[in-house]
Structures are given as structure tokens and as C-alpha cells.
Design a protein around this ligand. Structure first.
Ligand SMILES: *[C@@H]1O[C@H](CO)[C@@H](O)[C@H](O)[C@H]1NC(C)=O
Length: 488
């Protein structure tokens, strides 16, 4: 479609981590479907190469490269993504990312100069790229931060970095001084880098400076739904005095996974043979795994529960997560054979067609790490959650789902906690029961599914809140003052 004067050119800039790039890709494709804007994703050469392979055919989304030399920053050569950077060096990758400022500014300036009609330009930047807000100010572009996570989880994360409340009080539990409505947080719910932070370490320094920069932005986008997640959104309105637009859920459609068709077909056939609300789906996201001992216990629990299940397995901690899965070594003895024979369990290695599974009527509950993408996919399909948060803001997502939305039961917490198969099996039982807590969770999940569907509605009777928010954001971006001409 020809550009109209309602449009802006949109440049998306995710942090170099799969967990950040995927929601940005989902957002880019969503914006492509919903608007007339020309859309680009900016990143480093290695990540652009990977992104190119995962773009659907016929997309108009373009990819732009910024040079980046990992070895200039004390990182192993060619490590441009947290997937391949050892955990201890992730902070160095973050610090190194700020070195892209001059190249990013030049790229934006070139884009603005080359636009035939000198249309407004809108930058959508990662939560870790607060520093891009001042670049936008300097060149006269519109700027928003996009949080691929939920409002509540992000508010906890943001508040924790500024206050480090676990360093101040005694005791294992504490309130967030500027977000008390979140309730008490236990120290076992802190991601490792926050638990270890004391205000002067490299993470604290980075987060303090760069999260503060959000205030220079023109607004914040969240991949969430206002009717479901308003507390966290209000937190940011209050803290930053900026518009906060909830435009979710924005998720990648299953079709965009290459080579997924065959496995999706097999899953559907397997699920078609099961009764309604009878199957537990177990998956911890594409970047997480658990300890060897936890995996053993979970295997025993699934067998003991007597329920049908689909389990997506990955090598345990300490192994290369992409290596071959050694079932005879990492799962209880004879487990795979027994599950196949009885037809009770479908074990999938590395990857599953998640949306296909969650949308199937046979699925009753989802044992999940509570990564926000998985949460959105579950809630969109009205599936209650058994939470086992592993990292980052997943702990707060789990807490939110359990305490505020009533759609979740926490099974375990973290990658190193001790778990026991009897406890896991008993919790599965409670969540999948058709009475009591299980029934309550299912009816809450059903209610939320309706609220999410309404947020996305766009017909003559209703313009949903997420559709409205997207329109408000786009019109703010399109009405940003005209950029100065380069000669001025
Ligand atoms: C972001 O963090 C880096 C590393 O700590 C720091 O050098 C930089 O000044 C920060 N950015 C801003 C805009 O303050």
C-alpha cells in the first residue's frame, strides 16, 4: 500500500537475545498486518542473519545491520547473542551494546534523510536500550520502549533494580516501596542478578542508568491486555508520566516456524484421541532447562500422576542445550518405553507446536516456566497454569497469575530448588481436578480468555482496548513534529 500521511516509518531495535528478538519479530509482523508503515528491525550482523532465516516469505519487514565486534569488548569472537555468551558475560554484552550508539544514530539519520516525503520516524527500542531515547531526541524521532513482558512483572523488575529492598530490610520477604500493591516478594523469587546486586556492581550500574533513561521516551508499549494487567501499567504511568499502551497479546503464529508442520500434525492426531480436558502440557520455553535431578523427579511425578501428558524435553543444566537428548540417561529408567506403550505420554525433543497444543480441547493445564510469551498463549486459549518459574521476571509472572488472577498454582521455584516427585504429582492432581481449586482456576482462565478476545475485537459493536491503544500509539508517532531538514 502507498504511504499515507497517517504513517511513520518504524524501526525496531531489540537487545541481542532470542527472548527479546522473538517478541520484537512478533511485533514487527503485527504492525505489518495492522498498519501501512514501513517496518525495519535493526541488529548486529549475526542476529540479522538468524532473523532473515525466520522471517516469513513475502514479508515487507526489512532488516538493517549495525556493525558489532564482540572481541573489541572482551567477549569471545562472534558472540553477539546471549544464547552463546556464558551467563557471567551477559552484562558485558549489555555494556558493549551501548557502544552501538554512534552507528545507530547514523543509521537513523540516514533513514530520515532518505525518506522521500520526510515522514516521521518512530523508534521502538528494547527495555535494555534506554540509551536510544536520547538519540531519538537528538534527531527528532518519536521513541517508545517495548516490553515484551507483562506490566506487573516488569513493574516488579523495574522497582527492584532501583530500590534493592532485599538489601535494606531483615527477613526473607519484603514489599516494593513504590509498588506495594504487588504484595510481598520472597527472596527466593529474585532473579540471580538482582539477588546478588548491591548497588555498585556492574548490573546495578547499568540498570540504574539505562532504566532511568525510559523517562526521556515518548511512551511505553506492553505486550499485555489492560483489563488483565492494569496494576503494572498504572505503575509506569505513575512513575514516568508517559503514555503506556497495552497492545497485546502479540504472538508469532505457528505457521512461522519452519519445518513445524509434520510435528504439529502428529501432535494433533495424538491429542484427537484424548478426552476433553485430560492432558497436561509441559514445556519450559526454548531457552530454559532444569537440573538433572529436577528432570528425574518431574519424570517420576508425571508417571505417578496417572495423567496423560505432552512433555517437551531438553538436555539438563550443564549439557549443551541444543545437543542430542539422552533419554536413557536423563529420564527414569524405561520411562520413554513405558509412556509410548501405554500411549499416556508424548515426549517431544527440543520443540513443540505450542499454539496448536494449547488450542486443543484435550489440553487441561500447562506446566510452564511462566515466560510471558507462554503465559499469553495459555491465557488466550483459556488454559490454567502450573508455574515453575526459572529466571528473570518469570517469578513475578507466576506470583501475579496465582495471587491476582487465580489461574495458576506454583509447583516449584528456580533451576536449583529441591523438588520431590510426590509433591509435583499432588500439585498436578489439584490443578487438573474438575472440582475445588482446579475447577476455580479453569473458570478464571475461561473468563480471562474472554477479556483477551474482547481486547482484540474490532467490529461495529466494540473496539477492544488493545486495538485502541495501538491506534493511539500510531497516531502519536505519526503526529510527531516533522524532523528538521539536514541543512538547518
Ligand atoms: C548504560 O550503561 C552503560 C554501562 O554501565 C553506561 O556506560 C551508559 O552510560 C548507560 N547509558 C546511559 C544513557 O546512561
Amino acid at each position: 500500500m502507498a504511504p499515507s500521511k497517517q504513517d511513520a516509518d518504524i524501526v525496531l531495535f531489540p537487545f541481542m537475545a532470542q527472548g527479546h528478538i522473538i517478541p520484537f519479530l512478533a511485533l514487527a509482523l503485527h504492525l505489518e498486518r495492522k498498519t501501512n508503515n514501513t517496518i525495519s528491525i535493526v541488529n548486529t550482523p549475526f542476529n540479522i542473519k538468524k532473523l532473515r532465516a525466520s522471517l516469513p516469505p513475502h514479508t515487507s519487514v526489512s532488516l538493517l545491520e549495525i556493525p558489532f565486534h564482540a572481541s573489541d569488548h572482551g567477549l569471545p569472537p562472534n558472540t553477539e547473542n546471549t544464547d552463546v555468551v556464558p551467563y557471567g558475560l551477559v552484562i558485558r554484552l549489555l555494556e558493549a551494546s551501548t557502544s552501538m550508539r554512534p552507528a545507530f544514530k547514523l543509521l537513523i539519520q540516514n533513514l530520515m534523510d532518505s525518506q522521500h516525503h520526510r515522514r516521521p520516524l518512530c523508534i521502538i527500542a528494547d527495555i535494555f536500550f534506554g540509551w536510544t531515547a536520547s538519540v531519538a531526541k537528538e534527531v527528532g524521532a518519536f521513541h517508545v520502549i517495548f516490553g515484551g513482558c507483562g506490566g506487573y512483572g516488569m513493574a516488579c523488575y523495574y522497582s527492584l533494580w532501583f530500590h534493592l529492598p532485599h538489601r535494606k530490610g531483615q527477613g526473607d520477604e519484603f514489599l516494593l516501596p513504590d509498588f506495594p500493591e504487588a504484595g510481598r516478594i520472597h527472596k527466593t523469587q529474585l532473579p540471580a542478578n538482582i539477588a546478588e546486586a548491591d548497588g555498585s556492581d556492574a548490573w546495578s550500574v547499568f540498570q540504574n542508568k539505562n532504566l532511568s533513561e525510559w523517562a526521556k521516551s515518548d511512551g511505553i508499549l506492553f505486550n499485555t491486555v489492560r483489563e488483565v494487567d492494569s496494576g503494572g501499567l498504572d505503575y509506569f504511568t505513575r512513575k514516568l508520566g508517559l503514555p503506556v499502551w497495552a497492545i497485546g497479546p502479540v504472538v508469532l503464529s505457528t505457521g512461522s516456524r519452519l519445518g513445524g508442520g509434520v510435528r504439529a500434525e502428529a501432535c494433533r492426531e495424538w491429542l484427537d484421541r484424548k478426552a476433553g480436558n485430560s492432558v497436561l502440557y509441559v514445556c519450559f520455553g526454548s531457552m530454559n532447562t532444569m537440573s538433572g535431578e529436577q528432570m528425574m523427579q518431574l519424570g517420576e511425578a508425571l508417571e505417578e500422576s496417572g495423567r496423560d501428558f505432552i512433555w517437551v524435553v531438553r538436555p539438563p543444566i550443564g549439557q549443551d542445550i541444543n545437543s542430542e537428548f539422552r533419554a536413557e540417561e536423563w529420564l527414569p529408567q524405561g520411562f520413554v518405553g513405558r509412556m509410548q506403550e501405554s500411549g499416556r505420554g508424548l515426549i517431544l525433543i527440543h520443540w513443540a507446536p505450542q499454539l496448536e497444543i494449547l488450542s486443543h480441547k484435550a489440553v487441561s493445564a500447562f506446566l510452564s516456566h511462566c515466560g510471558w510469551n507462554s503465559v499469553l498463549e495459555a491465557l488466550t486459549h483459556g488454559v490454567p497454569i502450573l508455574g515453575w518459574p526459572m529466571a528473570a521476571e518469570q517469578f513475578f509472572n507466576c506470583k501475579f497469575l496465582e495471587e491476582q488472577l487465580g489461574v495458576c498454582l506454583e509447583v516449584a521455584r528456580g533451576k536449583s530448588c529441591e523438588v520431590h516427585h510426590q509433591h509435583i504429582a499432588a500439585t498436578i492432581d489439584v490443578a487438573m481436578a474438575d472440582h475445588g481449586k482446579g475447577a476455580h482456576m479453569r473458570s478464571q482462565a475461561h473468563r480471562l480468555r474472554g477479556a483477551i478476545a474482547d481486547a482484540l475485537r474490532d467490529d461495529h459493536t466494540l473496539t477492544g482496548s488493545s486495538i485502541q491503544a495501538l491506534r493511539h500509539f500510531l497516531s502519536a508517532a505519526a503526529n510527531t513534529p516533522k524532523p528538521r531538514s539536514p541543512s538547518e
